[in-house]
Design a binder for this molecule. Structure first.
Ligand code: FDA
Length: 407
């Protein structure tokens, strides 16, 4: 059997694994990265609509979820968004800010992948693709890793950078969790995050005409009183675009709230932010009572939405024919629509997995398992999840960088 001796074996050539490899290689460690995919950084390639939203200028602690989300701070502070931006600028990659501090490549996400593979090559890192792990064991000082091609690697450090379960079609696996469990580490509950939410058939039927309608919305989620005491009780809200789909709701505000939402819970949607719909309808009734209700509401929210809201409220005819109470209820359905999604589109379309390897078991400076010397977990495999908008890549860069200083 072919045997290779290394300092560091990194499993997963994604954002976190490649950043870690660069840093460990720069320290003179003998590093090899393996990945079962055909190419490195496949999620980078498809991210941000092909332009990769590689970080956010406003990285802040509240943008991260996890049972102990403050775990992320150490790495985020030591390798910041500004450090990554400098790296991008050093490689002369043109970029721009789209909105809310989100930085995207001007040309292609492939520029980021090339930057990382170039840096890995410069740091003397070996990259092997189409290669997975058969088994992994530890004898107290060395890790022995049997690979799919029949060869064996022995290394003092093994870094698990295999991401999580989102988009299984792209080779995403829960393998990091299996490794964690093999070595007696806890994995928190996992679920799809940054994912569209779905409705039950009857509700879907009544909202059918709205498929394709997009609008500015404030989406809120309040943790119910009887929820798990570990969950932050603070209401969470996002103001961004929202889209009605054939299955439910999508768009940035919904993807954001989906990471906080759990099955059986309601969300509240304000589809006319900054507008007091009740006051506007009552004013319209006073000024021009002959106006049809849906027409008046159609001046405040998109016309198709106005029609559906009137239909659902059973309001037909002129404004003057409606009691104020009914108009107030109609307004509430626009300003504070409380709705219970039945589920989400799942890992098939989720951008991230919420949950992962328990951060209480990892050292926040190094990402090493506290009870298993030489075993490291980085990136999405760990129970740290960022908001939409470049926060997840920044966690991958920062945790990979931190690990690369020690592994
Ligand atoms: P990542 O998943 O990138 O890499 C893991 C690697 O391990 C993969 O190459 C995989 O092939 C390999 N692997 C898995 N199991 C293995 C096994 N058993 N053996 C060998 N190799 C294995 N974030 C952001 O900040 N800005 C954005 O614009 C986007 N956009 C976006 C779009 C879409 C469609 C998705 C799905 C996700 C995003 N994200 C994002 C999230 C971002 O992609 C994600 O947080 C990072 O890629 C996580 O980086 P990791 O390196 O941890 O895992």
């Amino acid at each position: 059997m072919k045997l290779q001796t290394l300092d560091v074996l990194i499993v997963g050539a994604g954002a976190a694994g490649m950043m870690c490899a660069i840093e460990a290689g720069k320290r003179g460690r003998r590093v090899r990265v393996i990945d079962h995919a055909r190419a490195p950084g496949e999620k980078i390639r498809i991210s941000g609509g092909g332009r990769c939203n590689f970080t956010n200028t406003g990285i802040h602690p509240a943008a991260y979820l996890g049972e102990n989300s403050r775990f992320a701070l150490s790495a985020l502070k030591r390798f910041t968004q500004h450090d990554f931006i400098k790296m991008v600028e050093r490689h002369r990659i043109a970029y721009h800010e789209k909105t809310l501090g989100q930085l995207f490549c001007d040309d292609s996400a492939k520029d980021i992948i090339k930057m990382l593979t170039d840096e890995m090559a410069r740091a003397g890192v070996t990259l092997s693709l189409n290669l997975g792990v058969k088994s992994l064991s530890h004898d107290g000082s060395l890790y022995t890793v049997d690979l799919d091609d029949g060869s064996r690697v022995q290394a003092t450090s093994v870094v698990i950078a295999t991401g999580a379960k989102s988009i299984p079609k792209m080779g995403a696996t829960g393998w990091a969790y299996d490794v964690a469990k093999q070595f007696g580490l806890r994995v928190t509950d996992t679920r799809p995050g940054l994912v569209p939410l779905t409705f039950e058939p009857t509700l879907l039927e009544s909202l059918k005409p709205l498929a394709g309608v997009s609008l500015d919305a404030v989406v809120r989620h309040k943790v119910p009183k009887d929820a798990d005491p570990k969950r932050p009780a603070k209401p969470t809200e996002f103001r961004e675009g929202m889209l009605f789909t054939h299955r439910g709701l999508s768009g940035p505000s919904i993807l954001q709230i989906s990471s906080y939402w759990r099955e059986g819970e309601a969300i509240t949607v304000d589809m006319a932010p900054d507008k007091d719909v009740a006051a506007l309808l009552l004013e319209a009734k006073n000024e021009n009572g002959k106006q049809m209700v849906h027409t008046a509401l159609g001046h405040i929210v998109p016309r198709r939405l106005a029609e559906v809201l009137c239909e659902r409220a059973g309001l037909k005819g002129k404004l003057a024919e409606q009691g104020d109470k009914k108009l107030r209820l109609l307004a509430e359905s626009a300003n504070a629509w409380s709705v219970k999604p039945v589920g989400s589109e799942g890992y098939r379309t989720a951008e991230v997995t919420v949950g992962g390897v328990d951060t209480m078991q990892l050292d926040q400076q190094t990402m090493e398992a506290k009870t298993v010397a030489g075993l490291f977990f980085i990136g999405e495999a760990v129970d740290i999840t960022g908001w939409l908008g470049g926060y997840n890549f920044q966690w991958a860069w920062s945790s990979g960088w931190a690990c690369g200083q020690h592994c």
